[in-house]
Design a protein around this ligand. Sequence first.
Ligand code: FAD
Ligand code: N01
Length: 531
Amino acid sequence: MKSSGSFDVIIVGAGISGLYMLYRMRQLGLSTRVIEMASDLGGTWYWNRYPGARCDTDTMEYSYSFDEDLQQEWEWPERYPTQPEILEYLNHVADRFDLRPHISFDTRLEAAVYAEATNHWRLSTDGGAFSAQFLIMATGCLSAPNIPDIAGMDTFRGPIYHTARWPAEGLDLSGLRVGVIGTGSSGVQAIPVIARQAAHLTVFQRSPQWSIPARNQPVDPAYVAAVKSDYAGFRARNRLRPGADIASSPVNDFSAMSVSDEERGRIFEERWRQGGLSFYNSFNDIKLAPESNRAVADFVRAKIREIVKDPAVAEALCPDYTFGCKRGVIDSDYYETFNRANVRLVDINATPIHAITSNGIRAGNAEYDLDLIVLATGFDAMTGALLRIDIRGRKGLSLRDKWAAGPVNYLGLGVPGFPNLFTITGPGSPSVLANMMMTIEHHVEWLSDCIAFMVAEDKACIEATEAAQAAWVAHVNEVAADSLALTCHSWYLGANIPGKPRVFMPLPGFPPYVEKCNEVAANGYEGFLMS
Ligand code: FAD
Ligand code: N01
């Protein structure tokens, strides 16, 4: 339903964040509308329908925790939920809590302007005009697709699909020669499935990937029963972890270098067999200490060489950059796929892509004939969705100008100069470095409490102060400075987008962040001015 009008609260985006925010605002009795550019709800799980798309957080952890009956009743079949299963779950949540009637689909927010005289945001969309006292951006951290600018793209005679814009009706790839550009999480999930469906697959790899076996399997009923016997306690324990996840596989709280070579190898093997992102918790310093990092990197490279039969292909698949400096990746048969006769790897560092032609892709001196091209090229992460909207705060201040040298804000939630505007999972918060179900719930609950406080105290306007922003940005930079994630090219740093400022955008460490947010609220929303 398209519509327009004036509301207490407008939420942009109907993904996991927007749906829960809507639920909380309706509980407060505020008139609320969600505007969503897609034709249906689900956000990430609506858009990413590529073959093999699924979550890499364990199912018992990647679901809402706010409603005990919901979490007790919902059943997940496997260790990692698939895209259709998560979409079905989100539709169930929307129906269960009667959220759908309050969402305007096919409505893209193009511009938002703060009107000082009325303390309202005026919104222009491709559907109609809206206004609201509070504007909540639930537009997603990984929602603005990165479409690379490759010469000749419009000359290709077949279709080109980005993984996050896959046709809803699906695609029959049988008999086709497919090219995939990109080997991040999306590419690594899609490549083995496409290889099984297509006549031939060519993978264009810019950076080789560190990937750990997912070891997907049916969920163990005994494990589910144990979690459900105290789901609240399980969630509480998760929230105490830096990544708000993997309660089932704790961090070994000692250095990789504190044990013998033999013991280190045994622990890596054990975690490799268990599979999943818990491999990153094999020791407490593999992402921090160079020597421990070298040990884990050598272990994974040895695994790649063991799995991939052609030594030249194996070498091309072995990364030489810091293990864990990009977002962790897990796979089902990724490296094994390169043993298939119908799969070819093209190292585009050695032979760069020059152009897309009518027949395929020209890289180095070769032309690869293709029927369909897949762009698994990721996202303009964390800031992309926000900056694609023309957002103007006090005195016409533009968010694009304010963030020209990189995003700055307070707690990842509010930006000085932009009153009554909040970002869920904004840069400067731990969002993408943790189980996002937990980081989203935390932001939504903090924001609803803040708005409830304002209603109770008869306050109409809230705005982060410049001083609070300056201290917060300094804090984020200081915490991130220790991270090996600063040492390589990744979307955390904006390095995947030509011209984007190189700033480490997320804040490592969920529990101390929650503590800080609690403290701010307990001190009457310290660092924000309310009037
Ligand atoms: P989104 O789901 O991105 O929703 C944002 C919504 O805003 C979208 O529907 C979009 O259409 C809408 N929107 C944006 N701009 C506008 C506009 N201008 N006007 C109107 N609407 C707009 N996280 C994990 O913790 N674990 C995982 O295993 C995991 N797997 C992932 C797998 C994939 C393929 C991807 C891409 C991400 C994954 N993530 C994972 C991160 C994931 O994005 C979050 O877990 C979560 O789904 C984000 O929800 P959200 O509602 O904040 O944002
Ligand atoms: O995107 P990416 P993604 N020419 O940016 C390459 C979440 N997620 O969609 O590394 C050629 O990671 C690029 O190369 P390089 C998760 O948080 C989770 O895969 O920049 N190549 C890289 O190989 C994840 O981190 C799941 O050198 C180009 C790839 O494209 C995030 O979403 C599944 C290029 C992009 O990798 C993003 O993942 C999917 C160009 N011009 C996504 N531009 C789960 O399993 C980019 N590349 C949970």
